[in-house]
Write a protein that binds this ligand. Structure first.
Ligand SMILES: *[C@@H]1O[C@H](CO)[C@@H](O)[C@H](O)[C@H]1NC(C)=O
Length: 195
């Protein structure tokens, strides 16, 4: 009887240990073919709901000559958007895992800016919302993550290294008919299509 209890206890500890070690590995973010997203591979970011808009792309605000903001093709558009690559912050991480820090870059040439890396801009004074723009940034404003939420994905800004950031999920804000990616509103559901 003693022996049985002891082995049960050992078995219990083994299970606990396995549970702890297995949660250390976060699930991968999957593309529309159920394959894990990988570092440096190009994907289109597509709405996970139909009839609202197209894939993500670069957009201008207020008819500015340079498209400096992350936006969404209108639902009527025949443009397929621009692909992005994801780069985990931790060197050596090649699979994109849920809720891990990463950079997002549009794989597009821009004559306006030297970098097409996504970053969160300052809050707009009137709405308090923060647009996702592009530009060179090694700091926390360029660190995003992908969270899974009821079978779809949200793009989240909540850099772990900042003290108390105003975390937010990316949603769509329509400004003068232009669909722009912005924090501080409802999260928009996305999925990823390998380019
Ligand atoms: C989004 O991109 C995917 C992959 O290229 C493409 O199949 C799809 O048609 C695009 N969606 C829209 C609405 O353009």
């Amino acid at each position: 009887m003693m022996m049985l209890h002891k082995s049960l206890a050992i078995f219990g500890y083994a299970c606990l240990f396995m549970a702890i070690t297995s949660t250390a590995q976060l699930p991968p973010v999957l593309d529309t073919d159920s394959q894990p997203l990988r570092r440096g591979v190009e994907y289109y970011i597509k709405p996970a709901i139909t009839d609202v808009g197209g894939n993500l792309t670069l957009k201008s605000r207020s008819n500015a000559p340079c498209p400096l903001f992350v936006g969404q093709e209108p639902v009527t558009s025949t443009n397929i958007g621009l692909p992005v690559t994801f780069t985990p912050i931790v060197a050596g991480e090649d699979i994109i895992e849920e809720s891990r820090s990463l950079n997002i870059v549009f794989e597009a040439l821009s004559t306006c800016v030297t970098s097409t890396q996504w970053r969160v801009d300052e809050a707009e004074s009137d709405t308090g919302r923060r647009f996702v723009g592009i530009g060179n940034d090694d700091g926390p404003s360029g660190i995003f993550r992908i969270d899974r939420n009821n079978g779809v994905y949200n793009i989240v800004w909540c850099p772990a290294m900042m003290g108390r950031p105003r975390c937010g999920s990316a949603g769509i804000l329509v400004e003068n008919g232009v669909r722009l990616l912005a924090l501080d509103g409802d999260a928009f559901p996305f999925e990823f299509v390998k380019a």
